[in-house]
Design a protein around this ligand. Structure first.
Ligand SMILES: Cc1cc2nc3c(=O)[nH]c(=O)nc-3n(C[C@H](O)[C@H](O)[C@H](O)COP(=O)(O)O)c2cc1C
Length: 164
C-alpha cells in the first residue's frame, strides 16, 4: 500500500454514515457479576467460527458491561425481537441503573441472565479478548443457544430502528 493511501482516513461523520448504512440486528449483552446483573445494547455482534462455535461482540473501553464481562468471563447475547426497541434504548442509556427493572430474566447456564421476549439467547464463555481501537473485541465460545422461531428481528440502520 502506498504511503499516501496508508495515511488516508475518513472524516468521523463520513465513517459513521458509512457504517450506519449497514443494517444490523440489535442485541443486549448481559453478565452476572458478583450477584449483580449488568448489560448493555450492542449491535457490533457477529458469528466468527462454526468449529469451535465462536461469536464476537465489540464493547467500548469505558463500558461498565465490559468491566463486568472481563471479570465474570461469561456472558449472554440476547438478540432482540422487533417489538423490543424500547428495551434497546433502556439498555443503552448511560447512568441508568434500573435497566433490568422492567424485564423478566431467567438465569442462564453460566449465570448471565436471559431476557424474556427476545428472539434468541446465545450463552458464551469468554474465549479471547482482542484490541479493537477504542473498543475491545470479545470472542465468546458458545455453550448453548435458545431461539424462538416465531419472532422477527429488531433491525438498526442509519441511527434508527427499521419498521418491519
Ligand atoms: C442500537 C444501539 C447499538 C449499540 N451498539 C453498541 C456496541 O456495539 N458496542 C458498544 O460498546 N456500545 C453500543 N451501544 C452504546 C451502549 O449501549 C451505551 O454506550 C451504554 O451506555 C453502555 O453502557 P455500559 O457502560 O453500562 O456498558 C449501542 C447503542 C444503541 C442504541
Amino acid at each position: 500500500m502506498s504511503a499516501a493511501l496508508h495515511h488516508h482516513r475518513p472524516e468521523p461523520h463520513d465513517f459513521r454514515a458509512a457504517m450506519g448504512s449497514f443494517a444490523a440486528g440489535v442485541t443486549v449483552v448481559t453478565v452476572r457479576h458478583e450477584d449483580r446483573l449488568v448489560g448493555t445494547t450492542v449491535s457490533a455482534f457477529s458469528s466468527v467460527s462454526m468449529d469451535p462455535p465462536l461469536v464476537m461482540v465489540c464493547l467500548k473501553r469505558d463500558s461498565r458491561t465490559l468491566a463486568a464481562l472481563s471479570q465474570a468471563r461469561s456472558f449472554c447475547v440476547n438478540i432482540l425481537a422487533a417489538d423490543q426497541g424500547e428495551l434497546a434504548y433502556r439498555f443503552a442509556k448511560s447512568g441508568a441503573d434500573d435497566r433490568f427493572a422492567l424485564t423478566a430474566v431467567e438465569a442462564g447456564i453460566c449465570g448471565a441472565p436471559l431476557l424474556a421476549g427476545c428472539m434468541t439467547a446465545i450463552e458464551c464463555e469468554l474465549h479471547a479478548a482482542h484490541d479493537g481501537g477504542d473498543h475491545e473485541i470479545l470472542v465468546g465460545r458458545v455453550l448453548r443457544v435458545v431461539t424462538n422461531e416465531t419472532k422477527t428481528p429488531l433491525i438498526y440502520v442509519r441511527g434508527g430502528f427499521l419498521n418491519i
